[in-house]
Design a protein around this ligand. Structure first.
Ligand code: ZN
Length: 137
């Protein structure tokens, strides 16, 4: 149980997900909710003891809904990187269970490949971008 209004909040996260929030939605820096939760924790030097439990709760909710620990933001940071040294590192590591399509996307990203949107099925665009493969300009 956290203080009212405390962030990150496990119950709020669960409620949002149950209401259809997209677990891998990205912001303008291409960060997913998993990124945001982990990076926010890094940015509060105080009160970390109170935060760590709720952070782990939120991370569990997101992982339980299939959040990708290998999603890549515009700086190349993944939730896995953001979790290092924090209370959720073990949780994140235990979720490394690469899906074949994630590995394929990672290989493309490593090769700094881009894709032509017209030649790739539309439902793969966000997936590729989330893994660091961006549309050709
Ligand atoms: Zn993935």
């Amino acid at each position: 149980m956290g203080r009212p209004g405390q962030f990150p909040c496990t119950r709020t996260t669960r409620l949002l997900l149950e209401c259809g929030a997209v677990v891998d939605a990205v912001d303008d820096r291409h960060r997913t909710p998993l990124h945001i939760a982990l990076i926010s924790y890094q940015m509060v030097p105080d009160e970390r003891a109170q935060w760590s439990e709720s952070l782990c709760g939120v991370v569990c909710e997101l992982l339980g809904r299939g959040a990708h620990v290998d999603a890549t933001d515009y700086s190349g940071v993944t939730p896995l990187i953001a979790a290092i040294g924090g209370p959720a590192e073990t949780l994140i590591r235990s979720a490394i269970n690469p899906r074949l399509k994630c590995l394929a996307a990672a290989a493309l990203a490593d090769a700094t490949a881009v894709f032509r949107p017209a030649e790739v099925p539309r439902d793969l665009h966000a997936f590729l971008a989330m893994h660091g493969v961006h549309p050709a300009k």
